[in-house]
Ligand binder design. Structure first.
Ligand SMILES: Cc1ncc(COP(=O)(O)O)c(C=O)c1O
Length: 395
């Protein structure tokens, strides 16, 4: 039997792998604490759940247009206008079965075999695999913690070849939590325009920002860069809706049409009930979002302070999202609890086995000297996890 070379080349998601290992250990009755999942620990707000219940009771349970309901597209357009100062028509919006699906649609719409996509590292694990899945070639540019994990316009320009088709921008970033300023985005946009390169701008964490940081969408910097940008967004993170699976894109009408055509053959349409819920999320009150954000902010500060007080590990203060990248450079090469730690994978495996704490090794993010903690979990868990870290490092 032979299998698809393409499918064989795709690695499983490192973050989902850790999370399922954690869930299995928990189901087995172990006292394990999990920091792997990138999902808010809060329930979906009530008014959103009510909208879904209403949709069911009103029999809004049939196929919808392939690229989403007009109601949800209008709500998305309103969001772009209100939050980002961007004017889009509903015909430029495609609703999909989550932002991962939106990203695959976007890469699929622009890539031909061999086209290169620049991905700044540390990156969210799925980008390179999605590019490969769409017959493209991921080209990684490295950044350093000293430079806040950000690439410059010069780094971008140096990575461009005759095959470069797109760059991935993820601000605020998973896994680093860093954010590009408007000025930095302008210089990135200038390079993209000069070389006619698409920008895949993943803005899914735009509302999870702390310390008065503000998000700018690169598409809002002018009509020419807007034309080259495909914005990716979704309701999972902001509205605690990870199980509902709704993501969306804003792009040129031509790209929206290409994505919608493919979607009409692959998934028909996003879930009708989840679309009704997402419409309520985008149009609804924001008080509960503020409560969640405040909790994330408190946990972020606590986690950063604690990590930086523990000898051998350190971290920078993230500006957004809900992750902390812990630097383990000084731990690599050491022996902990009888285990030689040669890599972030060794660290994460030993930490899980010896201390029952699940963190994600940076290997999958192209950050081999880091592990990622998610602070989208209770303060109690965070305190316990960090207590265990302190003990683990002294084992
Ligand atoms: C940067 C980034 N983009 C997109 C997604 C996808 O979100 P979803 O598929 O839940 O819409 C995630 C989820 O972890 C993410 O971290």
């Amino acid at each position: 039997m032979s299998y698809s070379e393409k499918f064989l080349s795709i690695n499983p998601s490192a973050t989902l792998a850790i999370d399922s290992k954690f869930k299995q250990m928990k189901a087995d009755g172990l006292d394990v604490v999990g920091f792997g999942a990138g999902e808010p620990d809060f329930p979906t707000p009530k008014h959103i759940k009510d909208a879904a219940i209403k949709a069911i009771n009103e029999d809004f349970t049939k196929y919808t247009p392939a690229s989403g309901t007009l109601d949800l597209k209008k709500a998305v357009c309103k969001k772009f206008k209100d939050d980002n100062g961007l004017s889009y028509e509903p015909s430029q919006i495609v609703i999909s079965n989550d932002a991962k699906h939106s990203l695959v649609n976007a890469f699929g719409a622009i890539l031909n075999p061999g086209d290169e996509v620049i991905i700044p590292a540390p990156f969210w694990v799925s980008y390179p695999e999605m590019v490969k899945f769409c017959d493209g070639v991921p080209v990684v540019i490295n950044t350093t913690e000293e430079n806040n994990f950000k690439f410059t316009a010069a780094d971008f320009e140096n990575a461009i070849t005759s095959k470069t088709k797109a760059i991935v921008l993820n601000s605020p970033s998973n896994p680093t939590g860093m954010l590009y300023t408007e000025e930095e985005l302008r210089s990135i946009a200038d390079v993209a325009l000069k070389h006619n390169i698409y920008v895949i701008s993943d803005e899914i964490y735009e509302k999870l920002l702390y310390d008065n940081h503000t998000h700018t969408s690169i598409a809002s910097l002018g009509d020419d860069i807007k034309e080259l940008t495909i914005i990716i967004n979704g309701v999972s993170k902001t509205y605690a809706m990870t199980g509902w699976r709704i993501g969306y894109t804003a792009s040129s009408e031509k790209i929206a049409k290409l994505m919608s055509n493919v979607q009409s053959h692959t998934t028909s349409n996003p879930n009708s009930i989840a679309q009704a819920a997402a419409t309520a999320a985008l149009l609804g009150p924001t008080e509960e979002l503020e409560v969640m954000k405040k909790a994330f902010d408190e946990r972020r500060k606590y986690m950063v302070e604690r990590i930086n007080s523990i000898p051998g590990v350190s971290c920078s203060m993230p500006m957004g999202a809900f992750y902390v990248m812990m630097n383990i450079k000084d731990v690599i090469g050491r022996e902990i609890a009888g285990v030689k730690i040669n890599s972030a994978d060794d660290f994460a495996n030993a930490f899980l086995e010896k201390s029952l704490v699940a963190v994600v090794p940076g290997t999958g993010f192209a950050a081999p000297e880091y592990v990622r903690w998610s602070y989208a979990t209770s303060m109690e868990n965070i305190k316990e996890g960090l207590n265990r870290l302190e003990k683990f490092l002294n084992m």
